[in-house]
Design a protein around this ligand. Structure first.
Ligand SMILES: Nc1ncnc2c1ncn2[C@@H]1O[C@H](COP(=O)(O)OP(=O)(O)OP(=O)(O)O)[C@@H](O)[C@H]1O
Ligand SMILES: [Mg+2]
Length: 303
């Protein structure tokens, strides 16, 4: 498989001396969906800002589809890597939402018809119809976040880098956004790198996780990472709620082979369990239940 993003020994120190990144290494394959997780101040945003050359001048090397980012022109980078910033106010700067979304395609030198087509497509897929003539300043946070994504989508990049895309979205908008991102990934093979604290979304949004805390601590599938208790605790990481509920059920003697990571997995897991156990799920308190619950609690005691 082709590497979409290759990061080698990346280090970055802010001008005030804060060492935000140290020897970060990462490979993202074409079409992969990566979640980057880590506590506040771990360097996630700093890292993301390197992927489109917003931050430079650090040690190390970044390649985008095999090309050294340092040697790519600005126009070339924006065609490959679309970045949705953590703060939408950093992204939107034109008088209207339409202008903001059209800005990138116009700068790519596209004809007026195609610009209009791309803007309309992005607006409708993010449910922003009717907002075209509004000023970004007058939008709510969630609306701004969607407008930022629309502006990036209109560029049709092969890689999408998103810093906390689901933060502050209402449940319906959050679910819609997850759907849109997955559709872009499935239909168009878009590679995605997503920074998120929204662990409940990770099983739906990511094939692989990188745990970052100034450097890369670990990488693995969501299942591998969520099972790594020591890693979670040391890096103040959380697991999906449904995972915790099933860990508790296990303490009460539920015999589930595979702890579910999503509600869909929970439904199919429970169904299978009930079928194999003659129509019931048997919960009980045994000798070690109390100790097991205490052990489980201490695993998440930072909450
Ligand atoms: N412009 C800056 N100047 C100096 N230090 C900075 C600057 N921006 C960030 N930092 C520091 O670099 C470190 C990493 O910050 P960064 O914003 O990358 O963290 P993060 O993982 O994105 O956190 P969060 O989850 O809160 O968004 C922090 O210690 C932060 O204080
Ligand atoms: Mg951040």
């Amino acid at each position: 498989m082709r590497e979409a993003i290759t990061v080698r020994n990346l280090s970055y120190r802010y001008p005030d001396g804060s060492q935000a990144l140290e020897d970060v290494n990462m490979e993202v394959y074409e079409g992969e969906r990566i979640a980057v997780v880590g506590p506040n101040g771990a360097g996630k945003t700093t890292f993301m800002l390197h992927l489109n050359g917003t931050l430079r001048g650090s040690e190390g090397q970044i390649e985008i589809f095999g090309k050294n980012l340092e040697k790519m022109k600005r126009e070339e980078i924006v065609k490959e890597v679309g970045m949705v910033f953590q703060d939408p106010d950093d992204q939107l700067f034109m008088p209207t939402i339409f202008d903001d979304i059209a800005f990138g395609p116009i700068n790519l030198g596209l004809k007026e018809d195609e610009v209009r087509e791309r803007v309309e497509k992005a607006i409708s897929s993010l449910g922003l119809s009717g907002y075209e003539d509004k000023s970004p300043h007058h939008l709510s946070f969630g609306e701004k976040k969607k407008a930022s994504l629309a502006a990036v989508m209109a560029m049709e990049p092969r890689i999408l880098v998103l810093d906390e895309p689901t933060a502050n979205l209402d449940p319906r908008s959050r679910a819609e956004l997850i759907g849109i991102l997955n559709e872009l990934n499935e239909r168009e093979g878009i590679t995605m790198v997503i920074v998120t604290h929204d662990v409940n979304a990770i099983p739906e949004l990511a094939d692989r996780i990188y745990a970052l805390n100034r450097t890369i601590i670990e990488t693995g599938t969501p299942r591998e990472i969520f099972f790594n208790g020591a890693l979670l605790k040391q890096n103040k990481l959380d697991v999906p709620d449904v995972f915790k509920v099933f860990e508790v059920l296990r303490c009460f003697g539920v015999n589930c082979e595979k702890i579910p990571l999503s509600l869909d997995e929970a439904v199919s897991g429970l169904t299978k369990m009930i079928e194999t156990e003659g129509g019931h799920i048997h919960l009980h308190i045994h000798e070690h239940t109390h100790d097991e619950i205490e052990k489980w609690r201490s695993k998440y005691e930072h909450h």
